[in-house]
Write a protein that binds this ligand. Structure first.
Ligand code: ATP
Length: 265
């Protein structure tokens, strides 16, 4: 399903995402509702935003959120990593950007997800390169050409919002910035629950204790923790994970988002 030119509806629901309640609600109002009930927006007489920017530390659910938005609104999903579109040949990167929107237009309703947006549209003054200015201008033109009536919505993600060209963030473009934060202790419990949903080990009683030990862990780190704990249980020849499996796993995994990295946010 990753073939070029092939857009599909992802298999991720809101229930697969732990914590991030207010971000989910914002996305529900900003994108899911307008796709599912365009008449509501028409009745109020306002237009829905066509773009949002998810920003925050790595591994905390930005990609997952974007997929859930598409799935919950039964829209097609096109995922692009910013650097993928960059090409050293003159004009090729802009053509690649335009092709993404062409694909979207042929599969509406559609959510386009630009991951690592900063690589694609760095501030034009900083980068100083003519080619990156052309890419920024092309993406701006495409964003300005969208209206919610066309059924194309853009979700962009970045770990480094400060280096994105500011023009991208103006009204009518990626006008809604949503912060996707590193989870705290209670949120880690919710994420572990979401990751264990529909699994045989769904209801381990030690989950809150596990979550408390995982300071600095992202959602991605918690996923890695579960895999390590599962392997440890298998080595012990048991199928029911216990606290000792998680304690072992926690010694193997270091929270990937250190204090230093978090100071940026
Ligand atoms: P990056 O900035 O590195 O692209 P990201 O913010 O897009 O990271 P995701 O790719 O969404 O992060 O998360 C990676 C994996 O971590 C997910 O596939 C999921 O298994 C787990 N994960 C992260 N956050 C959550 C969450 N809030 N709830 C459930 N699982 C999560």
């Amino acid at each position: 399903s990753k073939r070029e030119g092939f857009a599909t509806i992802p298999d991720v629901s809101w229930d697969d995402i732990g914590a991030l309640k207010s971000v989910r609600e914002e996305l529900q109002t900003a994108i899911v509702e307008p796709i599912k009930q365009p008449e509501l927006y028409a009745a109020v007489g306002i237009s829905a935003p066509t773009g949002v920017l998810l920003w925050g530390p790595p591994g905390c659910g930005k990609t997952l959120l974007a997929k859930a938005v598409a799935a919950e609104s039964k829209a097609n999903f096109i995922a692009i990593k910013g650097p993928e579109l960059l090409n050293k040949f003159v004009g090729e990167s802009e053509a690649a950007v335009r092709r993404v929107f062409m694909r979207a237009r042929s599969s509406v309703p559609c959510v386009i997800f630009f991951d690592e947006l900063d690589a694609l549209v760095p501030r034009r003054d900083d980068a100083g390169s003519e080619s990156s200015a052309r890419v920024v201008n092309t993406l701006l033109t495409e964003l300005d050409g969208l209206s919610e009536r066309q059924g194309i919505y853009v979700i962009a993600a970045t770990n480094r919002p400060e280096i994105i060209d500011e023009a991208m963030l103006r009204p009518g473009r990626l006008e809604t910035p949503l912060f996707v934060d590193l989870p705290g202790p209670d949120e880690r419990v919710e994420i572990l629950r979401a990751l264990l949903r529909n699994k045989p080990i769904e209801n381990i009683p030690e989950i809150a204790e596990v979550a408390r030990k995982c300071n600095g862990y992202s959602g991605a780190d918690l996923g890695a923790l579960l895999r390590q704990a599962g392997q440890h249980a298998i080595r012990r020849r048991v199928t029911r994970l216990e606290l000792q499996d998680f304690e072992y796993a926690a010694t193997m995994i270091e929270g990937s988002v250190g204090k230093e990295a978090m100071q940026r946010f």
